[in-house]
Design a protein around this ligand. Structure first.
Ligand SMILES: Cc1cc2nc3c(=O)[nH]c(=O)nc-3n(C[C@H](O)[C@H](O)[C@H](O)COP(=O)(O)O)c2cc1C
Length: 370
């Protein structure tokens, strides 16, 4: 590994709204360690451990907006209510004390929620057209009034994030959850202003971003995570070409997104079959001029979905390929998921050239909150 390339990972990052000590981002990872939706001192210590070991920016696990059917587990953290927000305040303090930066990933899972689950099992699951990811009719389309309430819930969470001292917010617009269900033609067949072609299907997301922007003012960073793939539909694509990707992203930029978090399972894969060897974060940066975060199997030899499907871990591998791409400016920031879940000191070890101390990722790492 050349010293120059490692340096690229530890260069400070500066954009108009966000300044970070280095390029390493902790990827959002649902842990299920917040009983009753309240993140406790163990959760604060978990994030603090990553901050004090040199992670530049922590994106929290998905945390639920204030809607009865936002989540499917009573152990996923809420981002509303006095107790949960107090818990988050403790998390922010702990991370800031360690010199880190942190923002919450605001989440609603839409129609991926199994009926009868979560804090309000009686609440019906909701999505744009009542269609699940398989395109099956499992509920009623959301009404415009219900959509307005959802948008207001995102905005309230954004306002609370700012009030609690977070360094920004990330909107979870990826992986087939609520915002992505509006993006995707399979789950959004609405004929009103929230449906239509790919550009029109960005309407819900742009209204969420605009409402959050109004709630937090012009200087507070808003990150949007999006993906082509959906849970269980890995070949799904929102955009088939760079041109389509550009038309999809522009309304989000206009609405006020500052940074795009481009979720892929393998960072080295080109986003499109024809054309340049750029990944999704590479194309997004090139097309929008906005900073981007790449993610997907950095430092590991198998993608994360193998964990859920096959209970598989992954071997630690070289990050040279990643460093080369970062060095040439394909993207700005690099999110690390399982490797950081496994080992809070991953960033420090990379910085100090202690790659030989990196351990394989094992599924057992998901069972503890160390
Ligand atoms: C246990 C676990 C939980 C996850 N939860 C979330 C989540 O809440 N929100 C999200 O956007 N992605 C989630 N992901 C995906 C990760 O953010 C990341 O994109 C993925 O793990 C790929 O990065 P990696 O290969 O470095 O692990 C999760 C991944 C894992 C392993």
């Amino acid at each position: 590994m050349s010293t120059n390339s490692v340096k690229a990972l530890f260069q400070p990052f500066r954009s108009d709204k966000l300044t970070l000590d280095n390029r390493i981002v902790m990827a959002p990872m649902t842990r299920g360690f917040s009983p009753g939706g309240v993140p406790g001192e163990d959760v604060a210590a978990y994030y603090k451990r990553r901050a004090e070991n040199g992670v530049g920016l922590i994106v929290t696990e998905g945390t639920l907006i204030n809607h009865p059917a936002a989540g499917a587990s009573t152990k996923w953290p809420h981002f509303f209510g006095t107790n949960a927000l107090e818990g988050w305040s403790g998390v922010v303090k702990a991370v800031h004390e360690a010199g880190g930066k942190i923002l919450p990933q605001l989440w609603h899972i839409g129609l991926t929620r199994k009926p009868g689950t979560g804090t309000n099992p009686e609440a019906p699951s909701v999505g744009p057209s009542g269609l699940n990811l398989a395109g099956e009719q499992v509920g009623d389309p959301l009404t415009e009034a219900e959509i307005a309430d959802l948008i207001a819930a995102y905005a309230q969470a954004a306002a609370d994030a700012k009030r609690l001292g977070f360094d920004g917010i990330e909107l979870h617009g990826a992986h087939g959850y609520l915002i992505d269900q509006f993006f995707w033609g399979v789950t959004n067949v609405r004929t009103d202003r929230y449906g239509g072609d790919l550009v029109k299907r960005t309407r819900f997301a742009t209204e969420v971003v605009e409402a959050c922007r109004r709630a937090v003012g012009s200087e507070f960073p808003i990150i949007m995570r999006f993906s082509q793939w959906k849970d269980g539909a890995y070949d799904a694509k929102l955009a088939e070409s760079p041109d389509e990707l550009s038309r999809f992203l522009q309304p989000l930029v206009d609405a006020g997104v500052d940074v795009f978090h481009c979720s892929t399972r393998r960072f080295w894969e080109p986003a499109f079959a024809d054309g340049e060897d750029l990944n999704l974060a590479g194309w997004t940066k090139k097309l929008t001029g906005k900073p981007t975060i790449t993610v997907g199997s950095v430092g590991l030899d198998l993608e994360f979905t193998r964990l859920f499907k096959e209970k598989k871990g992954a071997e630690a591998v070289s990050i040279d390929g990643l460093l080369e791409r970062l060095d040439r400016g394909e993207f700005d920031l690099v999110a690390i998921g399982r490797a950081l879940l496994n080992d809070p000191a991953w960033a420090k070890k990379i910085k100090e050239g202690r790659q030989d101390e990196l351990r394989p990722f094992t599924p057992e790492a998901t069972q503890t909150l160390y």
